[in-house]
Design a protein around this ligand. Sequence first.
Ligand code: ATP
Length: 358
Amino acid sequence: MKKIRLNLIPGDGIGIEVVRESTRVLGKISELHGGISFLANELDWGCGHYLKHGTMMPRDGLSILADCDAILLGAIGFPGVADHVSVQGLLFPIRQGFDQYINMRPIKMLEGLDSPLKASRPEDIDFVVIRENSEGEYCGKGSISHEGTPEEAVIQEAHFSRKGTTRVIRYAFEYARSHGRATVASATKSNALNYSMVFWDKIFGEVKASYPDIASRSIHVDALAGMFILKPQMFEVVVASNLFGDILTDLGSAMLGSIGISPSANINPEKRFPSMFEPIHGSAPDIAGKGIANPLGTLWSMVMMLEHLDLPDMAGMLMKAIASVVASGTVKTPDMGGTGTTAQVVDEVCRQLDRTGR
Ligand code: ATP
């Protein structure tokens, strides 16, 4: 029996509910597979930890985390702890410390989802956003001067390195090639950002020269956001900087009808460090504790985790179960127009796994 060691960071707010409920499918998956078992180690890191100990995670948090095959995270952030403190104290140290330089976010319409868009058939919306995840606008550097005076000013830096930019753009082209995708679009803003995005475009031009089989274009991010809404069919792979990718993928998930649906993977492609999987939504304090958070984003993130763990059959089975629960429409959480609970959706996915897996 192969043992797969997972570190779980449910985090804050609905993160706790969606991770606790969704991980119930792991038992079902090991049962269906027959040759694997999951050892899940739950860590109580997040804003609660900060209020008790003054840090979002223990000082040696990364070495505790390193000893596993994958990390599953719920959501981080809660009123009472400033957002920049929670993000800079946990999410960014993990992404950067484990060199998870790829953030992959599929935006895929499933039968049964209620998109607010006119073009909303499954074949209309099916693309992946590959976001740079280790530097760029989220490098955390900057300065404040003349604090508290009328001259107060801040500088927020964006750090784009040749290595960091090249590897994410190359990853996007490689992904397109290996997944039968014919086009890569790059989100830029080089008309206004005269250093960072001019550089990004230059590297994009260099990398694309090695992929003559893939059609590619650079599109200013503001126009790109509009095209997501008006012509989603034109996208297959989108590569974007940390900030642009962050914004574009919340928009992408909203195109599917709810921010609670979309998954993400923070990947260290070389597998030198564990990768981390998390739904794209936040901790949603407005519905926390009510048991009605949508678990689909977390379950779909677990599909990506199973793929990363080289368990494609199990990933496929879980994805099929999620898709048939969505298509049947029998249980939906309120964000999708239903009255179901988090637990009921997970129960239904487990039932589907039972039906399709045997
Ligand atoms: P962050 O800054 O971390 O993205 P946020 O509070 O700005 O957090 P979210 O927490 O992602 O944004 O959510 C915005 C709103 O979307 C929430 O207030 C909630 O109503 C809804 N929402 C988010 N995730 C879910 C979910 N999984 N199920 C149901 N509703 C959700």
